[in-house]
Design a protein around this ligand. Structure first.
Ligand code: 8X3
Length: 247
């Protein structure tokens, strides 16, 4: 019987790339996101992907997902993102709330709902897509850094609480990844500002690079836990140290 992998936020970027890679590895992939049209397109294109309308900020939606699954071997908590780059002094409470609700509480809801099935699988994998923003703070990182730090803490706590249970707890923390939507959302739809982030950077990571790291980590044997994998492009030596070439 095929193993089932649930990927949240699978309608674009890292989530979509992960759904594609896990399907290629032979998993039955349940691809969850709000934008059903994009998921339907993905499922029509790739064998082994089942689209599910999922809003991780809704307990009802998450419960429906859990009830629809007969098994779950892998959970990739990927849904989330950044909104705004204001200083803490000027940050908007509603943005912080939204980021907390998607990144942190969204992961919590899906984790709580699927954990029994992950344990029952006998070799479950819970993977949290965090960020280097969960390890360091930076100006303008505001609610995103706070939310990602919370997710990082959640992973560490889960690993302690679940020791002895047949579930691996994996964290993947990427640095600069050029996806179609991440920076656009962060800059509130300002495409020029979003593209300047990657300007002159020779080879930011791609969504598929991160999906590759996720898939490698998930497909290790049951005794092999990737606690945390930090991945950055070669051009990003540290958060504030990015090599750019002009012209
Ligand atoms: C995104 C990476 O460096 O913009 O998670 O925080 S960063």
């Amino acid at each position: 019987m095929k193993k089932t992998a649930v990927v949240t936020g699978a309608s674009s970027g890292i989530g979509e790339a992960t759904a594609r890679r896990l399907a290629a590895e032979g998993y039955e992939v349940v691809a969850g996101a709000r934008r059903r049209d994009r998921l339907d397109k993905l499922a029509a294109e790739v064998d082994g992907i089942t689209p599910v309308t999922l809003d991780v900020t809704s307990q009802e939606s998450v419960d429906e997902l859990a009830a629809s699954l007969s098994r779950c071997d892998v959970l990739v908590n990927n849904a989330g993102g950044a909104i705004g780059l204001e200083s803490v002094a000027e940050g908007r409470v509603e943005d912080w709330q939204r980021m907390y609700d998607t990144n942190v509480l969204g992961s919590l809801r899906v984790t709580q709902a699927l954990l029994p099935k992950l344990v029952a699988s006998g070799d479950g994998v819970l993977l949290m897509l965090t960020s280097v923003a969960g390890l360091v703070s930076y100006e303008g990182g505001g609610g995103y850094c706070a939310a990602k730090h919370a997710q990082t803490s959640m992973v560490e706590t889960l690993r302690l609480e679940l020791v002895g249970q047949p579930v691996r707890i994996i964290e993947i923390a990427p640095g600069m990844v050029h996806t179609e939507e991440f920076a656009l959302t962060r800059f509130r739809g300002d495409a020029d500002a979003a593209s300047r982030i990657y300007e002159g950077v020779p080879g930011p990571l791609t969504a598929d690079d991160v999906a590759d790291a996720i898939t490698w980590s998930v497909t290790r044997p049951a005794h092999f836990n990737v606690d945390r994998m930090v991945i950055r492009p070669r051009a990003q030596a540290a958060q504030h140290k990015v090599h750019r070439v002009s012209g």
